[in-house]
Design a protein around this ligand. Structure first.
Ligand code: PHE
Length: 449
């Protein structure tokens, strides 16, 4: 809406900001990706490493993003320009904005699947997915049905436009304040059902029984990547959301709260899903299909399955929506700050861009399944480029900028409004040395592996 520091929109309340930032972090990454990655990587051991990554790498980088955002009061590109004028650091922000467009493009496709499954749950169709083969077929048939996939992809993009065009306070914050508590309640409901199934204990054991023989270099890498993705780090979401903060807010405290909420929801999603998966005698390591194949099968075998399934896919849609709007907001803040577009125009054009870039992804399971770039279909290409290369790269640049390049002002900005100032010494070395080094290792190992 407005450019210039003074007249920039701000969050209406502290809770509003926390819920919006947590809403960005909590998404398909927690409820769809985390359980299947954990299932494939051996359960508890993965969980422990994941938590360590969130605390040691994720939290320091999130703090760095928020301090850059609040210190500059700008979108990711403008932020680096304001804090270090005349330097090429704005390119780090530009990489972030481009990464955001690409993530949003394929995120809305998967969110569209979720919306379609919500629709099929409400109509009771998922009740017919009652054998492993039927559930798998239903999923395979759906993803090749390009018309339907693109339709739901479009519908989801419209939802994002609806929220973001209403602005930071009136759109993102207002919706997050309704959607996040709803998500939490729905999740508790599912956990209640899942834990009371006969045989649920096996699932809990899988999640919480230590088995450190499963730890390998690869598991560490996967856990780090998941932490990055799940916390929405490395592309400027937290810079953008931080830019709408006032100086009284506590950046250390906000980081700790958002990261804790994000971790908790991932673990709760695991508690909702694994007891049910084990109770039905299914494989925990069944991959990306865990959500769209195993769960409908589980629901079809339960009384009120269609209701439970509707609750679950509504939950997933909500989680996806509050994340997707944060991706869109990065692009919109860029367009309003730098290109001086009005918000409504920026929202529509940017969402349309992401939608169009998402179409090849939507088609990559159907009519375009043979189209390959570097040997990958569009879905894998976008996913690989963003999660494995661009986010870690962005994270390193953000940490190095806050730690080394932005000399004057970072300490004052970080300490304003916080009672946890003693953490500063730990934080600054975490972003100067530890985080860039650790993330650098993931990046290089991914590239050569
Ligand atoms: N954190 C979101 C999730 O877990 C995904 C996301 C990544 C959102 C990067 C914004 C930026 O689903």
């Amino acid at each position: 809406m407005q450019m210039g520091g003074g007249s920039r929109e701000t969050w209406g309340s502290k809770v509003g900001f926390i819920l919006a930032a947590a809403g960005s972090a909590i998404g398909l990454g927690n409820i769809w990706r985390f359980p299947y990655v954990l299932g494939e990587s051996g359960g508890f051991a993965f969980l422990m490493i994941y938590i360590a990554c969130v605390i040691l790498i994720g939290m320091p980088i999130m703090g760095a993003e928020m301090v850059i955002g609040r210190g500059s009061g700008r979108n990711p590109v403008g932020a680096f320009r304001v804090l270090l004028p005349g330097s090429p650091w704005w390119l780090a922000g530009a990489i972030g904005v481009i990464t955001g467009v690409l993530i949003l493009a394929y995120y809305t496709v998967v969110a569209g699947w979720t919306l379609a499954y919500l629709y099929e749950s409400i109509t009771g169709l998922v009740n017919t997915f009652n054998t492993p083969e039927a559930a798998q077929h239903a999923f395979d048939d759906f993803v090749v049905n390009s018309g339907k996939v693109v339709f739901f992809h479009f519908l989801f993009a419209l939802l994002c436009i609806l929220v973001v065009s209403q602005g930071v306070k009136g759109g993102i914050e207002r919706w997050s304040k309704v959607l996040m508590p709803t998500l939490f309640l729905l999740l508790l409901l599912l956990i209640g059902r899942s834990l009371t199934l006969p045989g649920a204990g096996e699932g809990m054991k899988f999640l919480f029984e230590p088995d450190f023989s499963k730890i390998s270099g690869e598991v560490v890498l996967v856990a780090m990547g998941q932490a990055f993705y799940s916390l929405s780090l490395g592309m400027g979401v937290m810079i953008t959301y931080g830019s709408y903060l006032d100086k009284k807010s506590d950046l250390f405290g906000s980081t700790a709260t958002v990261a804790t909420l994000d971790m908790s929801i991932a673990i709760l999603a695991g508690i909702a899903i694994f007891p049910a998966v084990f109770a039905m005698g299914l494989e925990p390591a069944s991959g990306a299909g865990l959500t769209y194949v195993a769960l409908p099968l589980v629901f079809s075998k339960l009384p009120f399955g269609a209701v439970l399934s509707s609750i679950f896919f509504l939950l997933l849609t909500i989680a996806a929506l509050t994340s997707a709007i944060s991706l869109l907001e990065v692009m919109v803040s860029f367009a309003t700050d730098e290109l001086k577009w009005v918000r409504s125009r920026a929202t529509i054009i940017m969402a349309a861009l992401a939608f169009l870039l998402g179409v090849p992804v939507a088609l990559s399971f159907g009519v375009w399944s043979d189209v390959k770039v570097f040997g990958l279909n569009f879905f894998d290409l976008y996913d690989y480029l963003t999660a494995n290369i661009l986010l870690p790269l962005g994270g390193i640049l953000i940490a190095l900028f806050a730690g080394w390049a932005w000399r004057k002002g970072v300490k004052e900005e970080m300490l304003q409004g916080t009672k946890m100032g003693r953490l500063y010494g730990v934080w600054i070395w975490a972003i100067r040395i530890f985080a860039p080094l650790a993330v650098g290792i993931i990046l290089v190992t991914n590239l050569i592996g």
